[in-house]
Design a protein around this ligand. Structure first.
Ligand SMILES: C[S@@+](CC[C@H](N)C(=O)[O-])C[C@H]1O[C@@H](n2cnc3c(N)ncnc32)[C@H](O)[C@@H]1O
Length: 311
């Protein structure tokens, strides 16, 4: 079986989950089963609930993980609703390797890659909104919003206008046309990324509600009944990493009184646990050499132990 995706920061994931010997781990982004396969292989008493919204990935992983029999449960759904469904089980680990898989990027019909002949970008093909609607039907001010907020493009107005002027003549039918239009090369805001990279990132985030999904997942973990668990999130751009960093910081706070309060009135017992990674872990040079797509990844982990840990 040829595996179409190399799991990112596998050694770091193994080391973060090292204390877990049994119980359940939720793999929120099962993908092609890379992380889950290794964890199941190395921890004979562990069970995994794997979830992905991409049906192709779910089918592939179901086959790949068959050898682990009833130690694996696979769900085709968004990860924002997975914790609610399984919180009654002894969940000891939660992994989210957010972003797109290599197969999604490489398959021509998915519309994620610059040379793709479609304009799709839906992780879940059953979803209605696709990149085509965003690019061809969103009003100019909405396009400006996503290019500014999700692409962090300084020239968001200019690019939105360029898209609108072009689509007035003819609809923009595929990713290739869009990438050529906005520019595949160059440095933006002092960074060595092209406009196309940031435009595609912005559209993908909008189509798949990527930031909302991540926020909802973290909220669902916070309000769940899970009492002791290691949460590990790998993100691929600063917008996601900021959400994870801020959430873990809030989770580690024992006192939640407003900063202007003269003395603590909240009981000073609100910490959900402790941050494991004071600084985000990044892939080694050796990993980036083997798998260049890992280069922008950042891993953060948090140890949930309700009612015990303070700041
Ligand atoms: C980077 S890949 C994961 C790869 C996986 N860890 C492996 O080793 O094969 C990310 C996966 O997460 C899935 N995904 C992204 N956002 C999701 C969400 N909100 N709910 C469920 N799956 C999601 C994508 O469809 C993709 O398959």
């Amino acid at each position: 079986m040829q595996i179409p995706h190399i799991p990112v920061m596998l050694n770091e994931v193994k080391s973060v989950f090292e204390p877990i010997k049994d119980g359940y781990l939720i793999d929120c982004t099962l993908g092609y089963g890379g992380h889950t396969y290794t964890l199941l292989n190395e921890k004979s008493s562990l069970c995994v609930i794997g979830c992905d919204r991409d049906e192709e990935a779910v089918k592939f992983s179901a086959k790949r993980l068959e050898i682990f029999k009833d130690r694996v449960t696979i769900e085709h759904k968004n990860f924002s609703s997975i914790v609610d469904k399984y919180e009654h089980l002894p969940i000891r680990g939660i992994l989210a390797d957010v972003g797109v898989s290599s197969l999604q990027l490489d398959k021509n019909d998915r519309g994620f890659g610059f040379d793709s002949l479609s304009l799709d970008m839906r992780m879940d093909k059953a979803q209605i909104l696709s990149a085509y609607e965003v690019v061809n039907r969103y009003p100019k001010n909405e396009l400006e919003r996503i290019l500014r907020d999700y692409g962090e493009l300084r020239e968001y107005k200019k690019i939105a206008k360029l898209i609108c002027d072009t689509r007035e003549k003819n609809p923009i039918k595929n990713a290739k046309t869009l990438a050529d239009l906005v520019g595949r090369r160059g440095h933006i805001n002092g960074r060595s990324v092209s406009s196309a990279t940031l435009v595609f990132q912005a559209i993908r985030i909008e189509v798949n509600r990527e930031l909302e999904e991540l926020e909802e997942l973290l909220k669902s973990i916070q309000k769940s009944k899970i009492d002791e668990c290691i949460v590990c999130v790998i993100s691929f751009h600063s917008l996601e990493d900021r959400i994870v960093k801020q959430t873990f910081k809030n989770w580690s706070k024992s006192c939640i009184c407003p900063s202007a309060a003269l003395r603590c009135e909240c009981g000073n017992n609100h910490a959900l646990g402790q941050i494991i990674t004071k600084k985000a872990l990044e892939p080694t040079e050796a990993e980036i050499k083997v798998n260049p797509r890992s280069r922008s990844s950042k891993l953060r982990a948090f140890y949930i132990k309700r009612g015990v840990c303070g700041e």
